[in-house]
Ligand binder design. Structure first.
Ligand code: SF4
Length: 208
């Protein structure tokens, strides 16, 4: 049975045909990589740093822009909290469906756990109901079985701000309903229809 990642759910919502090309046919089309490179470097560095590895040599390879982003993350208030794990795969079963993904980091203080997600680009437009927020919060919530509260924090490294979402009972219920609904749509889809509103920047538009 599929383990649906936030990207799979986002892709299906954006355009079922795109989901079909990417995840059913498994057609991968090279994309421009420059913006991804900075993000990848920062994520790798953050992981080594949190694990306690010596990163002094790696820091020297950063350009001015990357170094500014890295310094901003290193001094972020949530990055100072107690480390639990990083680059951490978590999955959970929501009704009949498995969902999961890889968390950038999980940290804690006395009262609360925090899932950290660093963004070198922009944070989602509707962070409370982005599939990444939903899947990671539900998976961590099922995994962490003590009385601490749980939050998701987007660390916006472009604007040097944080966006925190606290998991409440009401949100948990809404999230469960949304995940169940979209997974059901995917697993029962016979015809992966086209959503032509977002074709302009789609990597499949040459042959769709
Ligand atoms: S080109 Fe348009 S319709 Fe085709 S997969 Fe991409 S977004 Fe969907």
């Amino acid at each position: 049975m599929d383990n649906f990642s936030p990207n799979m759910l986002k892709t299906f919502k954006e355009c079922p045909k795109k989901y079909y090309f990417r995840y059913v046919q498994k057609i991968s089309v090279p994309q421009k990589s420059a913006p991804f490179e900075k993000g990848k470097k920062i994520h790798a560095l953050a992981n080594y740093y949190l694990r306690g590895d010596d990163i002094s040599k790696l820091e020297k390879t950063l350009n001015k822009d990357e170094l500014a982003v890295w310094e901003s993350l290193k001094s972020n208030e949530y990055f100072q909290k107690t480390y639990i794990n990083s680059e951490y795969n978590l999955s959970c079963k929501i009704n009949d469906y498995w969902v999961g993904g890889r968390l950038d980091a999980l940290v804690k203080d006395d009262d609360r756990y925090y899932i950290l997600d660093y963004k070198t680009g922009s944070i989602p437009q509707n962070p409370e109901f982005d599939f990444q927020t939903i899947v990671y919060l539900l998976a961590a919530d099922k995994f962490l079985k003590d009385s601490k509260e749980l939050s998701f924090v987007y660390i916006d490294l472009k604007n040097n701000t944080n966006y925190k979402i606290d998991l409440t009972g009401e949100l948990r219920e809404k999230y469960t309903g949304q995940i169940t609904a979209i997974c059901k749509q995917i697993t029962t889809a016979h015809d992966f229809c086209k959503n032509t509103k977002c074709c302009k920047f789609c990597e499949y538009n040459k042959f769709c």
